[in-house]
Each structure stands twice: as C-alpha cells, then as structure tokens.
Design a binder for this molecule. Structure first.
Ligand SMILES: Nc1ncnc2c1ncn2[C@@H]1O[C@H](COP(=O)(O)OP(=O)(O)OP(=O)(O)O)[C@@H](O)[C@H]1O
Ligand SMILES: [Mg+2]
Length: 246
C-alpha cells in the first residue's frame, strides 16, 4: 500500500508563469503552430462570431494556461485588441506569466459593491501591443460561486464591447463545477487535450458537460504532440465536439 498519494499535476506555471514561446521565438516552429491554431479558431468562428473565447480541459495540468496565453499573444500580434482574463481561481497563473501584480484582478471586480465596474485599475496593458491582461486577483473562500454569478455575466457582456476578443483561461471542467456555467456564457470554447495523458472517457465526459450548458465547442487543441527534436508541439483539430450519439 502506498503511504502517500502520487502528486497530480504540477505547480510550475503557478509559480513561474507559462512559457510565452510566441514572444520569445516569434519566428520559430511553435509560434507557427500557434498561428495555425489562431487561423483555425477564426475559421470555426465564421458562422457565429466569436468575441468571448475560453479554453478548458478535462483535468489539471493539461496545458490550458500555456495555450491560452500564447493564443492571446498570437491574436494580438495579428492586430486584434485582446483582453486575456485569468478565470482559474484555483490555480491562477496569468500574473506570473505576464509579471503583473495580483493584488487586484477579476475577483476584485466581482466582489466590489460598486454598481459600475471600473476596470482601469485592474486591467493591465502588457508590453505586447494590443494585449491587456486581467489577473485572477486575491482568491476568496468561495471562488466557484463568483464565476457563476450574474455579475460575472454582466462583466463579460460589458467588457466585450471594448475589445475585439476576450480570451478566458478557465479551470478544468471535470474538477471545478462552475467551469460548466461559465463555458455556457462564452461564444466559443476550445478543449485542450494532452496527448497520451487525457483519457478518452474524460474527453467524452467533458464534451457532455459542455453540451449541458449549450456551449459552442469550437474544437480541441492537442497539446504536447511530440513532433520534432525539441519534443514540444501543438496541433488543432475538431471532432471531439461530436459524441457517438450525434
Ligand atoms: N506542449 C508542452 N510540452 C511540454 N510541456 C508542456 C506543454 N504544455 C504545457 N506544458 C507544461 O505542463 C505544465 C502544465 O501546463 P499549464 O499550467 O499550461 O496547464 P494547465 O492546464 O493550465 O494547468 P492547471 O490545471 O494548473 O491550470 C507546465 O509545467 C507546462 O510548462
Ligand atoms: Mg492553468
């Protein structure tokens, strides 16, 4: 019998931030893969315009924050005015990734008593042109309730009129119940799947849960596709939006 449970996931990005490979090596093959992901998302949005886009995955540590941040950078690099929001209140990373203060953030806006939402103190403009970031903020004891609140919905509706694209890094759908509610508020959601890690049943369950809140599943990003010598890659596809009953 094992005395200790094997530790799940990693806290690397929570402690040091996600790797912004699209900034570090904008001409490299991985940045190119992110541009392909961007193009695919644009393509999937032709019929229903997507201005509120979110990423989730079945479980923790499947690459959501890394992919969300790099997609946001890639869209900003293409000239879109982008706001990136950290809505993973359990495992926030964005303040570390972009090296901004987390003293105020999304939770500050959601818990404020003021009627009007004043964003200028909490939204930070990053050194990447066109990109603003909103960190998670201090974590309250009831983080899940906040994300499913009316105020969150109102906030998203308000903020979307100021940007071409609002991109949200969400908690994993199978682990944090409010992800499902928040997903339903978005125009489109992309599921991150980690190659050789995410199990098929977990993907199917995630899709079922997203469908319950009538979420528009745009497709999936296959993370950690071992493509080349650097063993680090991303692919985009769609198909997990379908279940066997469809
Ligand atoms: N393609 C990849 N190749 C190698 N390592 C990766 C890849 N994508 C992410 N990682 C690493 O996997 C870990 C988890 O990544 P990340 O924090 O982006 O995932 P997450 O799904 O947001 O996790 P969490 O559930 O904590 O929010 C990090 O250490 C990150 O550096
Ligand atoms: Mg994360």
């Amino acid at each position: 019998m094992a005395l200790f449970k094997r530790k799940r996931g990693t806290t690397e990005t929570m402690e040091h931030g996600a790797k912004l490979i699209t900034i570090a090596k904008p001409k490299g093959p991985i940045a190119e893969q992110f541009r392909t992901i961007r193009t695919n998302i644009d393509f999937m949005s032709v019929d229903n315009q997507v201005n509120k886009l979110a990423f989730t995955s079945a479980n923790i540590s499947e690459g959501k924050s890394t992919i969300t941040a790099n997609v946001a950078v890639t869209m900003a690099q293409a000239g879109k005015k982008v706001l990136l929001i950290d809505a993973d209140l359990h495992r926030p990373t964005l303040h570390q990734t972009f090296e901004v203060s987390n003293k105020v953030g999304l939770t500050t806006i959601l818990t404020s008593k003021a009627n009007e939402i004043d964003m200028k103190d909490v939204v930070k403009t990053d050194e990447v042109n066109n990109l603003s970031v909103l960190p998670a903020g201090p974590i309250p004891p009831n983080p899940s309730e906040l994300l499913g609140s009316r105020r969150m919905k109102d906030f998203l509706d308000k903020v979307v009129s100021h940007y071409d694209m609002v991109i949200v890094d969400m908690a994993p759908i199978l682990e944090i119940s409010d992800t499902q509610v928040l997903a339903g508020e978005m125009d489109g959601v992309v599921l991150v799947v980690r190659q050789n890690v995410t199990q098929k049943a977990a993907i199917q369950r995630s899709v079922e849960m997203l469908k319950l809140t009538k979420t528009n599943i745009l497709g999936y990003v296959m993370n950690d596709v071992r493509t080349g010598a650097d063993g680090y890659g991303y692919g985009y596809g769609y198909g997990y939006g379908q279940t066997d009953e469809d």
